[in-house]
Design a protein. Structure first.
Lengths: 540, 370
């Protein structure tokens, strides 16, 4: 088979940060390629290069070459790629909610009636040819092998129909030869996803090549002809789907090279920790409506004095858990703190009950960027616990005690090695790592019973990372505080947590001890466990 | 029950007005024939202005407070034909022709500025109208007679430059209304006005069906998706504002020829406010408005205007309450519409995410294979 698209040694760096290097593979007509990898493995960057998105040019282009139909191409804009016959179906629906299926499929490619006015002015004042439009959209839908109501409004459609509408839009281009689908099944139910997969097979039989990006490894194995695994910007493996197991792919994705690092030393930190400790926080049937991080049904419990880890790929809902419990996103379910039910939906109530949260959104939620370090550290404690306030005129007014705040700030600056010009420096001028330390200090100043730490080491340098993790451990052992750490970095979780829960599609896929082998985590992260189970069930 | 509640909330403005009128009309003790005559006249006078607001709403730019710019352009046209002494329908046509390029330039300016302030078009248009009012004043109070020669000295203040406060439109007064005289049961019907309004209505309907209209709807509903599909969103939006401004200019000319005089300094000031209030009273929202909304709105709004002073006098003993009511109602209804819009948007957003809440599996969509 001749390749219609070939990547040759594709590399890309963003400001010296290498995200792709030496990636090569071919796509033949009618072939379905599965592209898998963890978040940040380089999948989306590769697709952005293919479509020549503006952010690629703006950051200095890419290395290597792309061959389309055997000759090298350099598209100037995404529209050039579309004209050449490459279609893209995005993760988020790019459909107009108040338009019908037909109108969306033919968006900006409508059939027009020509008239005298058209010749005088421009084509934009010709009337739409609705009949012809209906015909064209029906043809595109038929290619997919599904039935869609051409006159239904997008906003009234079930999610599955939206996905098909979007694919039909790409099919409707005259000479489309390749379609890229980015996580097309992420929002679909199981039955919808099955229909989607059979539609895609139908398209492949017609000779259309497909690049299918998905975290659902079961689907990848079922659907694709060839699987390309990316890890840390490199092509780790390319293997035929036939005969590959979900487990092999999962472990290829996560990688084994670091398997034996940093496990033994942590075990003794938990010498004092035992299962006799009472349960500090129990969560049942938690749902959280956080955009992009939906939590559907989560249950876990954490014992007093434990450091509990929550991991999983981005977008699966791990970040939703702390944001929901702390009341930053709409949420519901049964959350019990020391056996007593907790009110959800109010950050004040959560803080008052002795919970604290170091947000993953440092600059947005975590800090008052225009204020000094002292203010930032003392702020929550002052608001919630009336610390750093002195009564005036017999308690008629409460006066802020700047000196106490300054002392506190200096204490934490020393403790956490915050690099700054002084306690009054604007937080906005600090580096990311030091900002993160201020966030931690702010949470510590509340002396919380239970501390949620979300992505504590994201975007900070190695030195600061170590200090942050050490401080967390220290706070845990000195005050017996319970810490729940949410992180995308599995290694980091394994280095300080004893138990790690992996979240997949808004549910806890499984909880593993930190000593469990890496590929078991990989299987959970890819949702392969439940999918194998489901597969078994449907066979029965 | 839920549907009924939704219906009541959706149409709360219209319903409130009908209730108000049901109380005020009998209380005013005005004769029916008088009311009918007034409403028919006012329908012919104001509808054009209200219809000029429709396209920007379709393009997702909200209520075009910038239409006041068009009203100014229309007034400038009328001022020139009064000076030159062109009479009757040709005078009106000339005024429209003069207003056209001014409206296009102002509309382009307004649209370009609104493109820089996406999502805040309404307040931008509102403030822009205040700003352009200053420029208009400069034109009316200084430029006329100094830079721009004025032939008819009666238009000027006694100091030799600057326009008088009131300009008499004796040359064109009510020439549309009297062009096709039709009287049924003692009530004069402004036939030509209605024909013009029908024409602009047909124009709007036709425009919606063109490619341009389709682009405008797409840009109005989701700018990002529209521009990803290759639609030039910014140009489309500017075009919507230009059409709106031009129509507002024509509308103001039709309005003022019926009134018969121009208040040089403030005829245009309340044009936007009253037109927008009328449209909202007719059941339109910030994102959705139709020609029936415009016509129903004009009827309800003006009925209340008519009966409020007499009703006020009969009920409270003061006719002033009517004038007070007019302002109160206009601003109140706009505020209500804005709040309702925001409330509905949040409710819809919540509803669209409802399936993600409550710890249940997503709604099983029905997809059938052939």
């Amino acid at each position: 088979m001749d390749a219609i698209l070939s990547f040759r040694d594709i590399g890309k760096q963003f400001y010296g940060n290498r995200v792709l290097s030496g990636v090569s593979f071919d796509v033949a007509a009618g072939q379905i390629i599965g592209l898998v990898g963890e978040n940040g493995a380089g999948k989306s960057t590769l697709m952005k290069i293919l479509f020549s998105m503006p952010e690629i040019h703006e950051t200095g282009g890419y290395e290597g070459s792309i061959l389309w139909n055997g000759s090298e191409v350099k598209f100037k804009t995404p529209f050039d790629a579309l004209d050449a016959g490459i279609g893209m179906v995005h993760q988020e629906f790019s459909l107009i909610p108040g338009f019908t299926t037909t109108e969306n499929i033919l968006l900006n490619r409508e059939s027009l009636h020509r008239s005298v006015l058209t010749d005088i002015f421009s084509t934009r004042i010709s009337m739409l040819d609705r009949e012809n439009m209906a015909l064209r959209s029906k043809k595109a839908i038929a290619k997919l092998g599904v039935t869609l109501d051409p006159n239904m409004l997008i906003k009234e459609m079930p999610v599955g129909h939206k996905q098909f509408t979007e694919i039909a839009r790409e099919l409707c281009r005259d000479k489309v030869k390749l379609i890229v689908l980015d996580e097309p099944s992420a929002v679909l139910t199981e039955s919808e996803a099955e229909v989607l997969l059979s539609s895609l097979r139908l398209l492949a039989n017609e000779g259309i090549a497909i690049i299918f990006i998905s975290h659902r490894l079961r689907e990848i194995v079922d659907l694709c002809d060839q699987i390309v695994v990316l890890r840390d910007g490199q092509k780790i493996s390319e293997l035929p789907a036939k005969g590959s197991s979900v487990k092999t792919i999962a472990s290829l994705m996560v990688g084994r090279s670091v398997e034996t690092q940093g496990q033994t030393d942590v075990a003794d930190t938990y010498m004092n920790y035992g299962s006799s400790e009472p349960i500090a926080l129990s969560v049942e049937q938690l749902w959280v409506d956080m955009p992009g991080e939906t939590v559907r049904n989560v249950a876990f419990s954490v014992r007093k004095g434990e450091i509990f880890g929550i991991g999983g790929l981005a977008g699966q809902g791990k970040l939703g858990i702390p944001n929901g419990i702390m009341g930053l996103s709409p949420s519901g379910g049964n959350v019990k703190l020391h056996g007593k039910p907790m009110q959800l939906g109010s950050p004040y109530a959560a803080l008052k009950r002795g919970l604290a949260f170091v947000s993953e959104d440092r600059r947005g939620v975590g800090l008052l960027l225009d204020e000094g370090i002292d203010w930032n550290i003392a702020f929550s404690a002052m608001q919630i616990q009336n610390k750093f306030l002195k009564p005036l005129l017999g308690g008629l007014f409460q006066w802020r005690s700047d000196r106490e705040m300054l002392n506190l700030a200096n204490e934490y600056i020393k403790l956490l090695e915050i690099k700054c010009t002084g306690a009054r420096q604007r937080v906005g001028n600090l580096s990311g790592g030091n900002q993160q330390k201020v966030c931690l200090a702010k949470a510590f100043a509340l002396r919380p019973d239970i501390l949620f730490v979300s992505e504590p080491t994201r975007g900070i340098d190695v030195g600061a990372k170590l200090v942050v993790l050490e401080t967390l451990k220290k706070y845990n052992s000195e005050y017996g505080a319970t810490i729940i750490m949410i992180s995308s970095e599995l290694e980091e979780l394994r280095s300080i947590c004893k138990r790690i829960a992996i979240v997949y599609e808004g549910r806890i896929e499984g909880i593993l001890p930190h000593t469990a082998p890496l590929d078991e985590f990989g299987v959970l992260m890819a949702g392969a466990k439940s999918e194998t189970q489901q597969g078994g069930r449907s066979e029965n | 029950m839920k549907k009924l509640r939704l219906f009541l909330i959706e149409n709360s403005v219209v319903i409130t007005f009908i209730v108000l009128l049901a109380i005020a009309i009998p209380a005013s003790k005005l004769p029916g024939q008088f009311l009918l005559q007034e409403i028919l006249t006012r329908l012919g006078r104001s509808s054009f202005l209200v219809i000029s607001l429709l396209l920007p709403i379709m393009a997702g730019m909200g209520l075009n407070f910038g239409m006041v710019l068009g009203a100014m352009a229309g007034q400038i046209g009328l001022i020139f034909i009064s000076d030159w002494g062109v009479i009757g329908i040709p005078g009106l046509l000339l005024a429209m022709i003069i207003s056209l390029p001014i409206s296009v330039i102002l509309g382009w300016l307004c649209g370009s500025i609104m493109n820089k302030a996406k999502g805040r078009e309404m307040v931008t248009g509102y403030i822009l109208a205040f700003f352009m009012n200053g420029v208009y004043m400069l034109f009316a109070l200084y430029a006329m007679g100094i830079i721009i020669p004025v032939l008819n000295l009666e238009l000027l203040l006694s100091r030799g430059f600057g326009l008088r406060n009131v300009i008499d439109l004796i040359n064109v007064r009510q020439c549309l209304e009297t062009f096709i005289p039709l009287k049924i049961a003692g009530v004069n019907i402004p036939v030509l006005n209605y024909l013009i309004i029908a024409a602009v209505g047909i124009f709007i309907v036709w425009f919606r069906k063109t490619k341009f209209g389709q682009d405008m709807r797409a840009a109005g509903q989701d700018r990002a998706v529209a521009s990803a599909a290759g639609i030039s969103v910014d140009r489309t939006r500017i075009f919507a504002i230009i059409i709106s401004t031009v129509l507002a200019g024509f509308g103001q000319i039709i309005f003022l020829q019926n009134m018969g005089t121009i208040n040089t300094t403030n005829s245009h000031e309340q044009t936007g406010l009253f037109a927008i209030a009328s449209l909202l009273i007719g059941g339109a929202s910030v994102t959705k408005a139709s020609i029936p909304n415009a016509l129903i709105g004009v009827i309800l709004f003006h009925l209340l205007f008519l009966v409020a002073p007499m009703a006020g006098k009969n009920l409270v003993g003061s006719a002033m309450i009517g004038e007070y009511f007019r302002q109160f109602v206009s601003y109140g209804v706009i505020a209500l519409a804005l709040v309702l819009y925001e409330w509905k948007r949040v409710a819809q957003e919540d509803a669209s995410r409802a399936m993600l809440r409550g710890g249940v599996a997503p709604d099983k969509g029905k997809v059938n294979t052939l």
